[in-house]
Design a protein around this ligand. Structure first.
Ligand code: MLT
Length: 262
């Protein structure tokens, strides 16, 4: 961590005078998930990552989060670091935060990259699954929940070829504060639906989806991309829900090509 903003752990790489990109990670992960993108981009861009409140090393506090409070946190990081019109890049829960941030304050951003995410809020089945997750964490502890959740995120290709890495990531997330993980589940359960806003996105948008994403399928993401004027839609081979980790080469190429055109 190189600085804190309102208790949030913030990590910066690159020259602050270059164009900023702010990365918002998925659940139940932390800023590490963007390592390969930051490695690729930090010579030419000012890369800013942070651990979402309650995950990674950002403290959970009372664990009472909403999607609104997550967007407030994102805004605090942007304001505190005086980022001028950053590119916003979010994956899955980070995408929910990004979409709501655009709905609230699109003018603050110059472009958006949405990876493996959706604009719809949770349906009844989804809400009950979140509630079952919270109950499981309360009764069995965090480790079995993170093991199943994270394993389900990855595609078969990654799982077959990166067993040690997968284990390490599960162990890391199992050490998060359970109050923070449960707080994120509640924030996702209670988030608003941003679908109606998609047609009003007026900044360049890149939509990225792993071909084997079991949580936000290519069909769901293609339909989202079609509602965003002029957006680009890229499918990533050999990847499930965590495309920036599973196939960083293809994701970096898509992001690099997109950023060149801005
Ligand atoms: C994520 O990757 O952030 C989660 O899968 C999002 C979710 O559970 O809806």
């Amino acid at each position: 961590m190189n600085l804190t903003v309102k208790d949030l752990a913030v990590f910066t790489n690159g020259n602050p005078n270059k164009k900023p990109i702010i990365f918002v990670h998925g659940f139940p992960l932390d800023h590490f998930m963007w390592d390969k993108q930051v490695e690729f981009l930090s010579d030419d861009f000012y890369c800013v990552r942070y651990d979402i409140r309650g995950l990674g090393v950002s403290p959970a506090g009372d664990g009472q989060f909403t999607m609104e409070s997550f967007v407030d946190d994102l805004e605090s990081v942007i304001d505190e670091l005086k980022l001028n019109k950053p590119v916003l890049c979010g994956l899955s829960m980070g995408g929910y935060i990004s979409l709501r941030a655009l709905e609230r304050m699109q003018d603050k951003f110059s472009a958006v990259i949405l990876c493996d995410t959706r604009s719809e809020s949770d349906n009844n089945e989804g809400k009950l699954k979140r509630a079952a997750g919270i109950k499981r964490i309360n009764t069995e502890g965090l480790a079995p929940f993170t093991k199943d959740f994270i394993t389900n995120c990855y595609g078969e290709h990654y799982k077959q070829n990166n067993k040690t890495d997968l284990e390490k990531r599960i162990i890391k997330s199992s050490q998060f504060d359970p109050a923070g993980v449960k707080g994120s589940l509640l924030a996702m359960l209670g988030r608003n639906d941003t679908s109606e806003f998609l047609g009003r996105i007026n900044i360049p948008a890149l939509i990225i989806c792993g071909e084997d994403d079991a949580l936000t399928s290519p069909a769901v993401m293609k339909s989202m991309a079609e509602k965003i004027n002029g957006s680009e839609f890229v499918i990533i081979k050999n990847s499930g829900h965590l495309s920036p980790i599973e196939n960083p080469e293809e994701v970096n190429k898509a992001i690099g090509d997109f950023l060149k055109k801005l």
